[in-house]
Design a protein around this ligand. Structure first.
Ligand SMILES: Cc1cc2nc3c(=O)[nH]c(=O)nc-3n(C[C@H](O)[C@H](O)[C@H](O)COP(=O)(O)OP(=O)(O)OC[C@H]3O[C@@H](n4cnc5c(N)ncnc54)[C@H](O)[C@@H]3O)c2cc1C
Length: 507
């Protein structure tokens, strides 16, 4: 269904005719979506709008309230799909300014169209770095910070909430809310906790609220010191990048264990010693995903059995001398001690496994999208977020489910990715499956995910696959939070125009 002519005209008047389109070829491009919800519920939006500034966003949202159409804010747009007719997408490509990089207080202020690659490149020129997620350099820093923010430098920079500072936020009514230090207009975006309201939790959660409570138009982002060169020295062609970073400041380790228990023990010890810039358990499936360039290559590598044999219990650790060469030397000594204590094997640099990836991909990368390499999609049966012990339990439960009770997907096991955050004080486990990109497999994938949610509830594990579809079920187990969420949605979005049914259906 198309937008009424007068509404379309009003949108053109607001942002200029060249920045609105309802062309079928354009809107079709925005109905792409590799996830089950995208494949099964795919539909074209009614129009794409490119706002240029916060006032445009306000005007569009006010118009949406008057004429009752839905609005989805987008960064790089690799997650959402319109779930209703009468939906427009606000693509923020024109709102791609880095407003400020403050080298003294080490933070940046960005608009929603700023990508990780863009911010990293500019921050590095000033000796700083931002938390890049694993979602890829093309994703929006702001969208990723509100939405997920997994992988990358999260072990050091913190997970989402900790890198998110003050915000300028257009509410679903079109009013502007300024949070944290920007609560005093013009004071700046350096601090999240006051004097304006600190309601980061409202926009964030684990999977965010998908624009269901409005659109953030500016955000302060915490940075870290960058001890590398001002220009990222990347050579080669994806996925075979090589990044010759100074060896006296950067060292990447892959450490092999004989069992999962020792591996988790080592991750705890590394965190407690407060060393490392990144720390993850990477499942054997990831290694051929990283290095191969086609489905055919992937299957050749996987079916050789090499990765199942050699990469079953591996942790990857990137050490970085943030402050000095001596820091790196010290961390190297501590890491070697921990590897020795926990019975690990430090894989040498000339080993075939070590060659699968360059450790610098943890800093400025597009690693995660490669998980789609072998079937064109992938999905989760469970995602859990708590401690490393919790991640370990969840990975084991996922293994059981894959073995005994899930439908047959492409036959790969050991897909459980564990990322440690904040020096391993917390961690998440992402337990994947590999459906084919067909409607049939996608339907089965959704069923598998529901089975995963049920199993984690039964085992008293904390399941974070919390979105519009699952809030009403999980709310019943987790203190009826869904009822509170519904009240918040109704209060902030009385006309239900902000990407319904997110964060929760009020219908
Ligand atoms: C193959 C694959 C692998 C992935 N791996 C990772 C990973 O390793 N780590 C990770 O963190 N994520 C991962 N993701 C998930 C997700 O794609 C990323 O979090 C990504 O950074 C989102 O950025 P984007 O610019 O595409 O956001 P979008 O998809 O455009 O937005 C994400 C959500 O935030 C909302 N949103 C966008 N802009 C705003 C705004 N200005 N205000 C309020 N809400 C807004 C959108 O409506 C949407 O619901 C992966 C996705 C894919 C497809």
């Amino acid at each position: 269904m198309a937008l009424p002519k007068d509404v379309y005209q009003a949108l053109q008047d607001m942002v200029g005719p060249e920045n609105v389109s309802d062309d079928i070829f354009v809107t079709q491009g925005y109905s792409k979506q590799p996830w089950p919800h995208g494949i099964l519920g795919r539909r074209r939006p009614d129009a794409i709008i490119l706002p240029g500034q916060v006032e445009d966003v306000q005007a569009i949202i006010k118009l949406a309230n008057r004429h009752r159409f839905s609005v989805i804010p987008a960064g790089n747009y690799n997650w959402d799909v319109p779930q209703k007719e009468n939906t427009v997408i606000l693509d923020t490509k024109r709102m791609n300014r880095i407003i400020e990089i403050d080298g003294d207080s080490i933070y940046a202020v960005v608009e929603p169209g700023v990508t990780h690659a863009q911010l990293q490149a500019e921050a590095m020129k000033k000796g700083l770095i931002c938390n890049s997620s694993w979602a890829g350099g093309q994703s929006s820093v702001l969208a990723n910070t509100t939405f997920f923010g997994g992988g990358g430098l999260g072990y050091r920079a913190g997970y989402g909430n900790r890198t998110m500072l003050a915000m300028e936020w257009v509410l679903p009514t079109g009013e502007i809310l300024r949070t944290g230090s920007e609560g005093v207009k013009g004071a700046g975006y350096f601090w999240p906790e006051g004097p304006g309201p600190d309601i980061r939790g409202l926009i964030r959660g684990f999977f965010g609220v998908h624009g269901g409570l409005g659109m953030v138009t500016k955000m302060g982002i915490k940075l870290l010191p960058w001890p590398g060169p001002f220009t990222f020295p990347c050579e080669g062609v994806s996925p075979h990048y090589r990044v010759p970073l100074p060896p006296d400041r950067f060292r990447f380790h892959m450490v092999r264990y004989q069992n999962f228990e020792n591996l988790i023990d080592a991750m705890y010890k590394i965190g407690r010693a407060e060393i490392g810039a990144t720390l993850q358990r990477n499942p054997s499936l990831m290694f051929p995903q990283w290095e191969t360039t086609s489905k055919e290559d992937f299957w050749k590598a996987w079916e050789s059995g090499y990765f199942q044999r050699e990469a079953r219990y591996i942790i990857t650790v990137l050490l970085m001398g943030f402050s000095s060469k001596r820091q790196l030397e010290y961390e190297e000594k501590v890491l070697q001690e921990i590897i020795w204590e926990t019975g690990g094997e430090d894989i040498p640099e000339n080993d075939r496994l070590y060659q699968t990836i360059d450790g610098a991909e943890w800093l400025r990368c597009g690693v995660a999208p490669r998980v789609m390499r072998f079937t064109g999609t992938h999905y989760f049966i469970m995602i859990g977020y708590d401690s490393l012990d919790h991640s370990y339990k969840m990975a084991n439960l996922a293994d059981e489910l894959r073995k005994y009770s899930l439908p047959d997907f492409v036959d790969v096991d050991d897909c459980d990715w564990i990322c440690a955050y904040d020096f391993a004080w917390h961690a998440d486990a992402e337990c994947a499956i590999a459906p084919e990109l067909t409607e049939e497999d996608m339907t089965k994938a959704v069923e598998a995910a529901i089975a995963g949610i049920k199993a984690s509830i039964d085992e008293k594990l904390y399941c974070v696959v919390q979105d519009a579809a699952t809030h009403p079920i999980l709310g019943l187990v987790y203190g009826n939070y869904h009822q509170l969420l519904k009240k918040i949605k109704k209060a902030l979005d009385p006309k239900n125009i902000a990407n319904p049914p997110h964060p929760i259906s009020v219908e």
